[in-house]
Design a protein around this ligand. Structure first.
Ligand SMILES: Cc1cc2nc3c(=O)[nH]c(=O)nc-3n(C[C@H](O)[C@H](O)[C@H](O)COP(=O)(O)OP(=O)(O)OC[C@H]3O[C@@H](n4cnc5c(N)ncnc54)[C@H](O)[C@@H]3O)c2cc1C
Length: 380
């Protein structure tokens, strides 16, 4: 497989890098305040970032998985605000893509142009207090009542929840059918019966707000259902396939930036009358960081390419997700170690990358769940 970007991919990635770099202003203050920035969101929309993989007929750029990932990686290499990009990716892969792939023409026309332009923000809500890794244990119900469904339940961790205009909610329309009884609904933030809980404080992805949402006799028009009744699991599965590959390209970009910054530091910082880089233990740690980054990158590009060729990619996507997320934590730890005490200071941002990396082994399927999927892919 050849992963060398073509001229078009390279040009778009360069523009994404420039946009990402331009959005670093005021970052320390935004991170400290945990503030989501709507103006920056709109600039992402203007660029096309919020609709990279959405068909052009719906207002997107219609990129395949590899091209999408290359753009996201480049943006992250330029932009130190991984929270902004994480919010954008959750919006695109777990909300806009399901609407584009499974929504009817009316829903697509009503929602997608404004979601892609950056006017609106979307969130996706499946996780519940009793249904984390085991999503099929969810208890939120959607009961048909005339032209509506009535939704009741609690969703515990919703990225973009506090700022979202529309939330893709997964609920059971037929609890007896378990896996086949789930359906997906786009719920307007202002629907009576929908309440957004307060934002959680967290040590990473600071500018990406996360909250619970509560559904209490919340009426949703049946026209807002994606696909058929019972199609929820399939819709969720395809959104996760996008997210588990393309979203994790963000971590490749941030590891790349972190590696360059760490190399610059060990070259200039002198101890024992020579640069740190001349200590073999230091240079070997850098070599290991590079090895982790490059192997994770190859796995991710391969997973994307298989998806783009229509090949079965469940095993490859899990390998990529696991490799990128675990590499991002270990590389963040190594960067801190090599920066010494300055790496531990909030000022400078070295330690921020660890906070951003930590949840990556939890969302989009935990590392344990992906090891299970890999084992299953090997016939175990
Ligand atoms: C930053 C962030 C953003 C998120 N955004 C969203 C969002 O937008 N929408 C949404 O719906 N959810 C979101 N989530 C929730 C996320 O999807 C869940 O946290 C994830 O699915 C894990 O569920 P849990 O936290 O309940 O952990 P649990 O499922 O309780 O797992 C706890 C531990 O037990 C392990 N474990 C569980 N089952 C098994 C098993 N069968 N075998 C071995 N080990 C197992 C897990 O691997 C983990 O180590 C987000 C989470 C984070 C951290």
């Amino acid at each position: 497989m050849d992963f060398e970007p073509n001229q078009e991919q390279r040009a778009l990635a360069e523009r994404a890098f420039e946009l990402g770099s331009a959005l670093n202003g005021g970052l320390a203050e935004r991170v400290r305040a945990g503030r989501f920035d709507r103006d920056m969101w709109r600039r992402c929309g203007e660029f096309g970032l919020l609709g990279l993989s959405v068909p052009t007929a719906d207002g997107g750029l219609d990129l395949d998985s590899l091209s999408t990932s290359l753009v996201i990686e480049a943006f992250a290499k330029g932009c130190q605000d991984l929270g902004l990009l994480f919010s954008a990716c959750a919006h695109l892969f777990a909300c806009a893509m399901p609407i584009a792939e499974h929504g009817g023409p009316e829903l697509r026309t009503r929602l997608l142009p404004r979601l892609i332009s950056g006017e609106w923000i979307a969130a996706n809500a499946i996780t519940e207090p009793e249904a984390g890794s085991d999503v099929h244990a969810l208890r939120t119900t959607a009961i048909r009542d005339g032209a509506d469904y009535v939704l009741n339940g609690v969703k515990s961790f919703v990225t973009n929840g506090p700022v979202a205009d529309h939330i893709l909610v997964y609920a059971s329309t037929n609890p007896a059918d378990g896996h086949f009884g789930l359906s997906a609904f786009v719920v307007d933030r202002h629907s009576p019966g929908l309440t957004v809980g307060p934002s959680f404080a967290k040590p990473g992805l600071a500018t990406s707000p996360l909250s619970p949402i509560y559904l209490d006799d919340c009426r949703v028009p049946a026209a807002n259902r994606l696909g058929a009744e019972g199609a929820g699991s399939t819709i969720f599965g395809s959104s996760m396939a996008w997210e588990r590959t393309c979203l994790f390209a963000a971590y490749l970009g941030s590891m790349d930036r972190q590696l360059a910054q760490t190399i610059a530091h060990v070259r200039t910082r002198r101890q024992f009358r020579k640069p740190l880089s001349r200590q073999q233990a230091v240079a070997h740690r850098i070599a290991d960081m590079k090895l982790r980054l490059e192997s994770a990158r190859l796995l991710l590009y391969r997973a994307c390419t298989r998806r783009d060729r229509g090949m079965d990619s469940t095993l490859e996507v899990s390998l990529a997700k696991l490799a990128v997320s675990e590499a991002s934590i270990q590389n963040a730890l190594d960067a801190i170690q090599l920066h010494g005490a300055t790496g531990f200071l909030s000022e400078g941002g070295v330690v921020d990358a660890l906070g951003d990396a930590l949840p990556s082994t939890i969302f989009s399927g935990t590392s344990e769940i992906h090891r299970d999927l890999i084992a299953r892919g090997l016939g175990l």
